[in-house]
Design a protein around this ligand. Sequence first.
Ligand code: FE
Length: 213
Amino acid sequence: MSFTLPDLPFAKDALGQYMSAETFDYHHGKHHKAYVDKLNGFVAEKGLRGSLTDIIRQARADGDKAVFNNAAQHWNHSFFWQCLAPPEGQTPEGRLAQLIASAFGGIDPMLARLKEEAVGHFSNGWAWLILDRDELKITSLHDADTPVVHEGMKPLLTLDVWEHAYYIDYRNERPRFAESVLGNVINWEFVAQNLDGDGVGRADQEAASEAFA
Ligand code: FE
C-alpha cells in the first residue's frame, strides 16, 4: 500500500507572482513529496491500514507523532492546493458570502481577521477558516495539527504559514504573503463546496495497493 502526491489542480506557473513555479517546485515537489515518502515508509514498516484520515486519527490516538506529523501534513497540503486558484478576480458568492457577512461583517474584514491570525501565529502552522455547527470561525493550529482530529472543526479554507510556504517569493514577509494570497488566489468555489461539511473528505486518500502503484 502506498499514498501518492496529488497533482496540483492548476499549472505550476498559473498563480504568477502570487505563488511562483519555483515555490511549487519546492513546496509541492519537495516538501509535500517528502511527507508522502516518509508516510509510505511508515506504512510499509508498521503495516498501517486504512485511508489517510484513518491513519491520521489512529496515530493521534496512539500518540505516534512521527506517523501523525507526516500523514497530517500530507492531508493539510492536499487540502491547501485545492484552496488556491489562478487570479481571476473571484470572490465568495451566495450562501458563503452571506455567512461571511453575518460572522465578520463582509469579505474584507474576514480577510483582515484571517491575515491577522496567520501573521500572529507563532512559528510553523496553518491558519483556518472553519465551520463550527452553523457558524464561521477563524483559528490556527500548530505544526502538523489538522482539523481531521478536531471535533467541530469543519475545514473550509487554509493558509500554510510554515516558512517554506513563502520564503522564495516573499522572503521573511509573512504579512505580505498572507495578504497577497488571500486577496488574489483563493478558490472560493472550493471554499463554498466545503460548507456541506465534507471538507475533510476532499483531501482524503485511499492508499493504492502495490499492484496499482
Ligand atoms: Fe507547507
